[in-house]
Design a protein. Structure first.
Length: 160
């Protein structure tokens, strides 16, 4: 990933796929498609805006959103404040409302698919979820259950 500026002087993150082989190629393309599905629904407020991409060069440019990662991998850097918890749960809720065209409905909901601390950016006013390459339809409560397991694992790892 690289920091960049667009011609309009907007701050951006440029992602370049260096290992141009499977499964990375498919995941790269899926992230682009997942964002387009989210964008169609109007629920894109908690994810960076896709500014542009090149499917042949495996390059994408994303709006740089404010905030810092909650942690590394599956471990939090610090205690999560109640307001941040509400924002994360709100983001999970709006994701579950996304309905890609032709997606199965009963017992399924849309999920980020890789909701780990490193994919959650927090700022005083918002939570943003990044890295959508694993997004898709999952069993009900998949996102919430994954978040609760993450919090529980982190609590035990830190002896709290």
């Amino acid at each position: 990933m690289y920091l960049a500026r667009t011609p309009e002087k907007r701050r951006a993150i440029v992602k370049v796929l260096t290992l141009k082989r499977e499964p990375w190629k498919s995941l790269f393309l899926h992230e682009i498609d997942a964002y387009h599905e989210i964008e169609k629904t109007g629920y894109e407020r908690n994810c960076p805006k896709l500014l542009g991409f090149d499917k042949k060069l495996f390059l994408s440019a994303w709006e740089r959103v404010p905030g810092r990662v909650l942690g590394r991998g599956r471990f939090f850097f610090e205690k999560i404040r109640p307001r941040q918890t509400e924002q994360i749960l709100g983001a999970i809720h709006w994701i579950s409302k996304v309905r890609p065209q032709g997606a199965a409905g009963k017992g399924m909901e849309y999920s980020h698919g890789d909701l780990i601390c490193g994919n959650i950016l927090v700022s005083p006013n918002q939570v943003s979820l990044v890295d959508w390459e694993h997004a898709g339809m999952r069993p009900l409560r998949f996102g919430l259950d994954a978040t609760l397991r993450l919090a529980e694992r982190n609590r035990h790892a830190r002896g709290r």
